[in-house]
Ligand binder design. Structure first.
Ligand code: NCD
Ligand code: ZN
Length: 350
């Protein structure tokens, strides 16, 4: 059957390889949204204070589990936030105990709650060597923070200044370049045949920088890395729908209350957990590549992380436009849901 004729698609239950669940009231509000559609998620450690030690990751994992709806089929996969003082022994112990599957490298100041990130990458070399030795994955926020580098160039410059050197020092380290936004990053990952993969967000498959800036400024589309020009978006779509196992979904669903987004200096982050799968099905449908959706959302990431794909399935059904809330309510205030700018025809059946 040609993709164009598909109206039902059953795939393995998806995983989200990059997710912000926050803490406290926000966690309680957003965790069920991801648990409704995803079996597992790599949970980002950029809380305040950050999740640095194995003990902090275990405690955070327990707080997540405590707010999941009864019977939810959702496993949080925890990450440690790398600092220049990270103790390789604590990290190795957390990995061996199954508490942390990956560690996250934020260049200091690159994004929301990244002040404790790394300034001098040489200083984490012993940690990276330990991670390569024990097979722990490094998740990377791939942007330089140098004020002299234009914000639209920060990902491409990061590849040359940081990622290439790290890969030369520690070639056995398995790295996920997260939320890639440029053709440069897609090409770099595609040309690398060992130990490197990339996540792509839902929103970067849909918006380009015009959506943020043309005809008025739209804070709900502002995230980091910031969306780039249309040619880059097209490169991301091509990578996502290609089935290439080095590209997989990390939604980077990153809730901030509207009061924090709608500011003279608003927060970066797009909240897409409630409608992400419907958005993705639409993108793959329009590209005529629905048959590759399962690889992107449910197979490729598991393979890179060395995990078994989920046995459970979800069915997507095409029909009249899906209703989803424009906002969700949280005890901290409303959070706006990502608006793809077009109707979504694919609904998720259990
Ligand atoms: C994320 C957040 O709000 O925590 N924001 C974002 O724009 N993506 C941080 C991040 O992943 O960079
Ligand atoms: Zn993120």
């Amino acid at each position: 059957m040609k993709d164009a004729n598909l109206t039902r698609l059953t795939i393995r239950r998806p995983d989200d390889w990059h997710l912000h669940l926050r803490d406290d009231a926000m966690l309680a509000a957003v965790a069920p949204q991801s648990a409704a559609h995803f079996a597992r998620a790599i949970v980002m450690p950029n809380l305040v204070p950050p999740v640095v030690t194995g003990a902090q990751a275990a405690a955070y994992r327990d707080r997540i589990r405590a707010v999941l709806p009864a019977g939810a089929d959702f496993t949080p996969l925890m990450t440690l936030y790398l600092t220049e003082d990270t103790d390789p022994a604590d990290l190795a112990q957390a990995h061996a105990a199954g508490i942390a599957v990956a560690a996250k490298l934020y260049p200091a100041g690159a994004t929301t709650n990244s002040a404790s990130g790394v300034r001098d990458f040489e200083r984490i070399r012993p940690v990276l060597e330990k991670m390569a030795e024990i097979g722990m994955i490094l998740c990377v926020h791939g942007e330089v923070t140098d004020p002299d580098i234009d914000i639209f160039d920060r990902e491409a410059v990061f590849i040359d200044r940081v990622l290439r050197p790290i890969r030369r020092w520690v070639p056995d380290l398995r790295i996920v370049m997260e939320h890639v936004t440029t053709a440069d990053a897609v090409d770099y990952v595609r040309d690398t045949h060992r130990n490197l993969a990339a996540t792509i967000t839902t929103h970067h498959l849909i918006i380009n920088r015009n959506h943020i800036l043309a005809g008025g400024i739209r804070p709900h589309y502002y995230c980091l890395p910031v969306a780039k020009r249309e040619s880059h978006r097209i490169a991301l779509v091509q990578a996502a729908v290609s089935g290439d196992p080095r590209f997989f979904l990390g939604t980077d669903s990153a809730p901030h209350v509207d009061a924090a987004k709608l500011q003279p200096c608003g927060c970066a982050g797009v909240f897409s957990a409630p409608n992400t799968l419907s958005c993705l099905a639409e993108v793959f449908d329009v590209a005529g590549r629905l048959r590759k959706l399962e690889a992107f959302v449910a197979l490729n990431g598991a393979q890179f992380y060395g995990l078994t794909p989920n046995a459970a399935t979800v069915t997507l059904v095409k029909g009249t436009p899906v209703d989803y809330p424009a906002q969700i309510t949280t005890a901290e205030g409303p959070v706006t849901v990502f608006d793809p700018g077009f109707p979504l025809h694919w609904r998720v059946e259990g």
